[in-house]
Design a protein around this ligand. Structure first.
Ligand code: C5P
Length: 230
């Protein structure tokens, strides 16, 4: 039987990226002759998986208009919000005219341009029969400590600790309801946390460690290295 559900992608790209200390938001820094955001969007478009890609852009963003992908037939622009979760919800609302409750949506950070087709396929293969969804994640190889102002208070059991990556893949209707339910809640730092707060147990799928998020100045050189090797 063929799978009747559509796949949609959402890319929150409305952050300012203060930790980069750059003259522009990190998604507009140069990578491989284009911007980081364009390289990320191209990875999603070239996978051939998605009906459309909704990208959340800040309302006063002077960098997006004029980029080659502005106006691309498979890209839909949504107004960015105050926090990441607001930007994602804004993009889901723009897609809601055409998306069905049971469709899949993959949310992927603009600042992760090294996403491979292999990881997109792995996520989909592992989750497409699941009622909820899940996320790409990486095991932690370092010993992890909990700390307060007095010093180290404990050592975490790293068998139970994973680093959340993106894409995060969820049923469209469920994710939209979860983000609407917890709008403004500072604990919602990714899509999975909204589903977790609703009582669901999203799955994890081990992703490639080179799917890094550009956060600090040194990350751009690392992304260039991985991106060039792929
Ligand atoms: O700042 P951080 O790296 O956690 O942001 C993750 C992603 O969320 C980035 O792609 C950023 O552009 C996006 N974002 C957004 N709207 C906000 C804040 C962040 O789309 N208000």
């Amino acid at each position: 039987m063929t799978n009747p559900t559509n796949f949609w992608a959402v890319v929150p790209a409305a952050g300012v990226g203060k930790r980069m200390q750059a003259d522009r938001p990190k998604q507009y820094l140069p990578l491989g002759g284009k911007t980081v955001l364009e390289q990320t969007l191209l990875r999603l478009l070239q996978s051939g998986v998605f009906t459309a890609v909704a990208v959340a852009i800040a309302q006063d963003d002077p960098y997006w208009p004029g980029l080659e992908l502005d106006g691309h037939e498979q890209i839909i622009v949504a107004p960015g919000g105050k926090e990441r979760a607001d930007s994602v919800l804004s993009a889901l609302r723009v897609l809601a005219d055409n998306a069905q409750e049971q469709d899949w949506v993959l949310v992927h950070d603009a600042a992760r341009p090294c996403l491979t087709r292999m990881d997109i396929n792995l996520l989909i293969e592992n989750l497409q029969d699941d009622p909820i969804g899940g996320i790409l994640a990486a095991a932690s190889h370092d010993t992890l400590k909990s700390v307060d102002s007095t010093g180290i208070t404990g050592t975490l059991d790293r068998n139970h600790i994973w680093r959340a990556l993106t894409p995060q893949m969820f049923r469209f209707g469920l994710l939209k309801t979860a983000l609407e339910t917890f709008t403004g809640n500072p604990a919602i730092t990714d899509e999975s946390s909204a589903l977790e707060l609703m009582g669901f147990r999203p799955k994890i799928v081990e992703g490639r460690p080179d799917n890094i998020k550009i956060t600090r100045p040194e990350d751009l050189a690392l992304a260039e290295f991985f991106w060039g090797r792929q």
